[in-house]
Design a protein around this ligand. Structure first.
Ligand code: NAG
Ligand code: NAG
Ligand code: NAG
Ligand code: NAG
Ligand code: NAG
Ligand code: NAG
Ligand code: NAG
Length: 361
């Protein structure tokens, strides 16, 4: 083996363990037995032959696509899983991981690691990039159109074929980056007329994914943006911003109509809405209790918070000193940072979503 090959192997091993905390044994990924204490709450669905998961969207789904310029690669992201920062915008697992679990498969590898080889492609691929939307956002990176371009190129190259697509589930997340960008650039004026544009572009993207051969496509309804810590900070995390939530409801209404229309036009009921609004609300209002034994004392209060408004979770100053505080018990926090749930938060959301996910299988 020449040095270059050896280096490549070492790099692969390193990337793999970094990627998912999964142990690599003799070229196979050894099962990891995490979450024993939660296993009584998990009921794996029969995935009805759906053996691959393809994912498009943003930080609610990204499992490591963004480069190290994003906060998800800083401490303390990833401290619960995989144990160090690895690109997930949480302390641990995110929506993608739980959807994969519900299918009885491993979380698909991020697109970024596509060169690592065929054996890792059997669970599909995750094309989601944190910070992205359907239109340009505040972050550089591939928008949803470009993410689908990546997918289409892999189909053209026969990395994935039509039978892979037929036996796959596609998850599409859109968690509000288009709206955050709009508000930063333009304020809230005209936001109401921007909402139909976002939903229309999202619909174009969904149609395109279906056109490529995907038979089951799950798209997230917008979560209650007004309940995110970034919005509730002004009330010391006591109250959701109802004005923002009513705009979210408008987005979700339009999405519902668009999805109904898509299902009518395509006649194979390919599209299902994953209602993050209802599931977040259910967890927030019931402090997680309804969905299991989880208990979030104040579900609106995030675990990881910048020490002042100039800093966010993961910030350090020039000397490397932490400019954020961490809660003592991550498992009692629903939100991780100002936008994203904790692993425990996602687990509760996932529990609330089980009925929807079951429809897909
Ligand atoms: C997505 O990004 C590509 C590449 O930057 C750009 O050409 C395209 O117009 C963008 N699509 C939308 C809908 O903004
Ligand atoms: C990270 O990716 C973005 C968009 O893809 C790019 O603009 C930026 O230069 C990259 N940053 C680093 C440090 O690689
Ligand atoms: C599609 O690819 C899978 C591997 O992912 C392979 O098992 C299958 O035979 C291929 N099917 C066709 C029709 O090429
Ligand atoms: C802000 O408004 C301008 C003009 O109305 C529009 O072209 C632009 O796309 C808006 N910005 C965002 C982020 O949507
Ligand atoms: C689909 O739409 C057409 C025309 O709008 C309508 O006549 C038909 O009943 C719809 N079909 C379903 C299954 O909703
Ligand atoms: C609707 O379903 C029928 C029967 O399954 C199929 O032949 C037809 O092509 C479908 N139409 C569209 C628009 O997909
Ligand atoms: C935040 O940053 C601004 C501008 O950099 C500065 O003027 C302000 O004093 C900072 N505020 C705090 C609380 O550190």
């Amino acid at each position: 083996m020449d040095t270059k090959k050896l280096l490549y192997c070492v790099l692969c091993y390193f990337l793999l363990s970094l990627l998912s905390g999964q142990r690599v044994v003799q070229g196979h990924i050894a099962p990891h037995h995490h979450h024993h204490h939660h296993s009584h709450r998990h009921h794996l669905f029969k995935s009805g032959g759906l053996s691959k998961l393809f994912v498009f969207g943003d930080s609610y789904a990204d499992t490591g696509n963004t480069n190290k310029s994003m906060s998800s690669w800083n401490d303390p992201y990833g401290i619960t899983f995989p144990g160090k920062p690895a690109g997930r915008f949480s302390d641990g697992r995110v929506l993608t991981d739980y959807v994969a679990k519900s299918m009885g498969i491993r979380s698909p590898i991020p697109y970024r690691w596509r060169e690592l080889g065929i054996p890792l492609l059997i669970y599909g691929m995750n094309f989601a990039y944190g910070g992205m939307g359907v239109f340009p956002t505040l972050n550089p990176g591939p928008n949803m159109t470009t993410q689908i371009d990546f997918f289409e190129n892999l189909i053209t190259d026969n990395v994935f074929n039509i039978s892979d697509l037929h036996s796959s589930l596609t998850l599409v997340t859109l968690a509000g980056n288009d709206y955050f960008a709009y508000i930063v650039n333009n304020g809230t004026q005209g936001l109401e007329s921007f909402i139909p544009k976002v939903v229309t572009q999202l619909t174009v993207n969904l149609k395109r994914i279906h056109g490529l051969g995907a038979k089951k496509i799950a798209v997230t309804a917008l979560q209650p943006l007004g309940c995110l810590p970034r919005s509730t900070a002004t009330s010391s995390f006591q109250q959701c911003d109802e004005t923002e939530n009513s705009l979210v409801n408008y987005h979700n209404l339009l999405l519902k109509q668009a999805v109904a229309k898509l299902n009518n036009e395509t006649n194979d009921s390919a599209f299902v809405i994953v209602d993050l609004y209802a599931s977040f609300m259910s967890v927030i209002q019931n402090k997680g209790e309804k969905e299991g034994s989880i208990k979030f004392e104040n579900p609106l209060k995030p675990c990881c918070v910048g020490i002042s408004s100039n800093y966010s979770c993961g910030s350090v100053d020039e000397s490397g000193a932490k400019k954020y505080t961490l809660c003592e018990d991550k498992e009692s926090a629903f939100f991780w940072d100002s936008v994203h749930p904790t692993q425990e938060g996602w687990l509760a959301v996932y529990a609330a979503l089980q009925a929807t996910l079951e429809q897909l299988f």
